[in-house]
Design a protein. Structure first.
Length: 182
């Protein structure tokens, strides 16, 4: 797989079965997510609409006709004052890790967040090894994309028999050329 083979595009409802398969891998084999059971199709439809009904990006990456990753931005919190802040998630299919898929997805997600008048993007990264650096690949990706560490929540999740921390990373975005709603 090469960057020239990859296309990042808006997700459709037809993509959700493959998105679900990618996410299931991480639910079943890692602590990258605190979900302990893979969400079903109805939950993925809900997540799809949670993003897209608000004009937020839900993206997929394809290489040679195969879906190899996805990224989504959803509201950070429900209170109106948080309306310009989102939480993002990026997941890459296991066979595509290390091929620039995560970077392509996150770069495009950030670009589209600017267009959606998002001002702050938050990433919640599970500390998979008990170190101060969290999941090294995810932290490195976010740092390369301009995120800074904003905090740590200790022992907030338990999965695979161990207590886990989360690292909060944040990226401020410039205002889009469109008027920002107050």
């Amino acid at each position: 797989m090469s960057a020239s083979d990859m296309v990042v595009r808006s997700a459709s409802l037809d993509d959700l079965a493959l998105v679900q398969r990618i996410y299931r891998h991480y639910v079943d084999t890692s602590v990258a997510t605190f979900d302990e059971a893979p969400p079903g199709h109805a939950e993925w439809v809900r997540r799809f609409h949670l993003a897209t009904d608000r004009g937020l990006p839900f993206l997929v990456a394809e290489s040679r006709g195969l879906l190899v990753g996805y990224a989504i931005a959803v509201p950070w919190r429900t209170r109106p004052a948080y309306r310009h802040t989102v939480e993002e998630s990026v997941y890459v299919g296991p066979s595509a890790v290390g091929h620039g898929v995560g970077r392509a997805l996150l770069d495009e997600l950030l670009r589209r967040c600017v267009l959606a008048n998002v001002r702050e993007v938050v990433a919640v990264i599970v500390d998979s090894g008990g170190s101060d650096d969290g999941d090294p690949a995810s932290v490195a990706l976010h740092r390369r994309c301009g995120f800074i560490e904003a905090g740590r929540l200790t022992r907030v999740g338990r999965k695979q028999g161990k207590w886990l921390d989360t690292i909060l990373m944040q990226r401020s975005l410039p205002a889009s050329s469109d008027p920002v709603a107050s």
